[in-house]
Design a protein around this ligand. Structure first.
Ligand code: PGA
Length: 218
C-alpha cells in the first residue's frame, strides 16, 4: 500500500477546503494499492466528508488529533466516537503537538487506544527510531523535526534507514516519511524499500502541487 496524506495543519477556511477538494478530487484516479487522505481542521471534516462522498472522489478523510478520553466533561476535546462519523484516520502525536501543546508519549498512547476502539486508523508521528510506538499501530510517519516546514528534507537513504530500524522492532508496521516533501523529491522517498508513503504539510495546501505529488508517486 502507498499512502499519501495531506496535513493542512491550522490552514484553510471551509470554503478553501471545499475549493481544494473540487480541484484535487477529479484529478485523482482510484488505484489499487494507493490511499490518499485529506486531513483538514476539525470544522471542515463534516463537509469535506460529505462532498467527497457525494462526488465519489477517491479520497479518505482524517483528523489531525483526537481526544485521549471518552465522551464526557472534557471541554474543547473532539472524541473518537464523534470523529468516527467523518474520519477514517487520525494523525496523532505530531511533533507540533508535542512541542506547542505539551503532548506526551502517554497521551499519544491513550489517543491511539481511543482511535482503535472506534475503528479510526491511528497515524502516529515519530521523530526518530526511539520514539515509543503504542500497541496496535499499523502505520506511523517518520518525521524528523529538522525537516518539518524547513525546506530541508531528510535524505531518502537516511529516511529508509530509520524506517528499516523501526521495522526491525515492529515488523508489521508501514512507515511513511514526512518533512518538506514536494513534487520534486516525493518519488525519491517512495522509491525506498521501507517507505510506504508520505505525510505532506505545506505542499499539500496548493492543490496543483498536491496533484503532482500524487501523480508522481502513483
Ligand atoms: P511539511 O510538514 O511538509 O510542511 O514539512 C509535514 C508535516 O508536518 O506533517
Amino acid at each position: 500500500m502507498k499512502w499519501i496524506i495531506a496535513n493542512f495543519k491550522s490552514n484553510k477556511t471551509l470554503p478553501e477546503v471545499l475549493e481544494w477538494i473540487g480541484q484535487v478530487g477529479p484529478k485523482i484516479h482510484s488505484q489499487e494499492g494507493v490511499k490518499v487522505v485529506l486531513c483538514p481542521t476539525f470544522t471542515a471534516l463534516e463537509e469535506a466528508k460529505t462532498t467527497i462522498q457525494t462526488s465519489g472522489y477517491p479520497l479518505l478523510v482524517g483528523s489531525q488529533d483526537l481526544s485521549p478520553y471518552d465522551e464526557g466533561a472534557y471541554t474543547g476535546e473532539e472524541t473518537a466516537v464523534i470523529l468516527k462519523q467523518f474520519v477514517d484516520m487520525a494523525i496523532l502525536g505530531h511533533s507540533e503537538r508535542r512541542k506547542n501543546f505539551g503532548e506526551t508519549d502517554e497521551a499519544v498512547a491513550k489517543k491511539v487506544a481511543q482511535a482503535l476502539a472506534h475503528q479510526i486508523i491511528p497515524l502516529v508521528c515519530v521523530q526518530d527510531e526511539n520514539t515509543p510506538i503504542p500497541a496496535g499501530c499499523q502505520i506511523i510517519a517518520y518525521e524528523p523535526v529538522f525537516a518539518i516546514g524547513t525546506g530541508q528534507p531528510d535524505t531518502p537513504e537516511n529516511a529508509n534507514k530509520v524506517a528499516e530500524a523501526i521495522k526491525q522492532k515492529h515488523e508489521e508496521l508501514e512507515v511513511l516519511y514526512g518533512g518538506s516533501v514536494n513534487s520534486t523529491n516525493c518519488q525519491s522517498f517512495t522509491a525506498m524499500e521501507h517507505i510506504s508513503g508520505l505525510l505532506v504539510g505545506k505542499d499539500s495546501l496548493d492543490s496543483e502541487e498536491f496533484v503532482k505529488i500524487v501523480n508522481a508517486v502513483t
